[in-house]
Design a protein around this ligand. Structure first.
Ligand code: SAM
Length: 353
């Protein structure tokens, strides 16, 4: 016998779905607005649709008007019906315009698009159990990932995460040797290098186009003399004697995190520390059934698990592995002490010694 429909529950659920679908359908219009500078143009002050179209460099008014109404309906811009103008509140600007704000979300929209682009590849893997190579997911998953994580790094690495490690800030100030493993396009490496000019940094990643982009970023920032970027898998790093190894949002993506942990132990010098930044998660799956866990589980299905299953061992930890499981893996790699040094709304920071 089927359970009878509870009208109130159905109503509430469809209401929730309407909100979710609205968010999903906003992905392309938001991305167009970001690329064409429409949010930036609106940040200069209220504008009618023709004014906005002109301000954004002469776009077609009819498209801009529909776009602006869509963003007003999204709640992403404000609309003054009497004046016929659109505007951006300071809070909306934090999300769509201010690139160094901790809640700048352009990268999240890029990530959503990359996930949709890779849909057929991941669906195929559900049938075969294979993985998807990091560089094969979508046109530029690595750019989207860099953009997604950058606001969190700009606002936390130097201000909160490194100071939470035992004695590390002083060592970096006086001159330390650092490896940033799984560095992607290198934002984390460059932020550290900018903050600690006495120290030397090497970013490692197995994805060549990411390393090429990281090198370009280093040159643009004039940091080429104290930052080096190398193509290498985490387990193949030959250099030794690091004072600090950092891994930002990538240990769970690796095929063999246990083997990687053992290798990190090898490449650290005496008294060195390994900082592991991972998505925040509770140890029980039910702890993660919340808005942040929702983002991570979806991204993990489409990106993190396929990336890990593509590699040797294929551990497939997923983005919501939780501290207990991660710490167990780190201990198996030969680290006597693992602790949660700090955390934020999106990340936990583990310190292994
Ligand atoms: C989610 S991205 C994070 C990138 C960067 N740390 C950031 O936060 O923007 C994961 C990164 O891990 C790298 N990666 C995955 N498995 C790896 C491995 N076995 N060795 C080296 N890099 C690896 C990928 O190429 C990718 O750049």
């Amino acid at each position: 016998m089927t359970e009878p429909i509870d009208e109130a529950r159905l109503h509430a659920f469809v209401g929730k779905m309407l909100g979710d679908l609205g968010g999903a359908l906003a992905v392309p219009t938001v991305r167009i607005g970001l690329r064409l500078g429409l949010f930036d143009a609106l940040a200069q002050g209220p504008a009618t649709a023709p004014e906005l179209a002109a301000r954004a460099g002469g776009l077609h008014e009819r498209y801009v008007r529909e776009w602006a109404m869509a963003q007003a309906a999204n709640g992403y811009v404000d609309y003054d019906a009497a004046a016929g103008t659109f505007s951006l509140s300071p809070e909306q600007a934090m999300v769509f315009v201010v690139k160094d704000s901790p809640v700048y979300l352009a990268g999240a929209f890029e990530l959503a698009a990359a996930m949709i682009e890779a849909e057929a590849k991941v669906e195929h893997c559900f049938r075969t159990g294979e993985g998807v190579r990091w560089g094969d997911h979508a046109g530029c998953l690595f750019c989207a990932t860099g953009a997604f994580f950058r606001p969190g790094y700009v606002n936390n690495i130097v201000q909160n995460w490194i100071p939470a490690l035992e004695g590390m800030e002083d060592r970096l100030r006086s001159g330390a040797k650092v490896a940033d493993v799984g560095c992607g396009v290198g934002f984390s490496t460059l932020l550290m290098a900018e903050a600690y000019p006495q120290s030397r940094f090497t970013g490692y990643d197995f994805h060549e186009p990411s390393i090429a982009q990281a090198r370009r970023h280093a040159a643009e920032h004039g940091l080429g003399d104290r930052v080096d970027f190398q193509v290498a898998t985490a387990k193949d790093i030959a250099e030794r004697g690091f004072d600090l190894v950092t891994m930002y949002d990538c240990l769970h993506d690796m095929g063999d995190p246990r083997g990687c942990a053992a290798h990190m132990r090898e490449i650290l010098g005496d008294g060195g520390s390994w900082m592991i930044v991972e998505p925040i998660a509770g140890d029980s799956p039910q702890d993660n059934l919340n808005p942040v866990g929702r983002l991570y589980y979806n991204a993990s299905t489409m990106i993190c698990v396929p990336t890990s299953l593509d590699q040797e061992v294929g551990e497939g930890l997923g983005a919501q592995a939780g501290e207990a499981r991660l710490a167990g893996i780190v201990r198996e790699g030969g680290f006597a002490h693992v602790r949660r040094a700090t955390e934020g709304p999106f990340n936990m920071v583990l310190e292994a010694r």
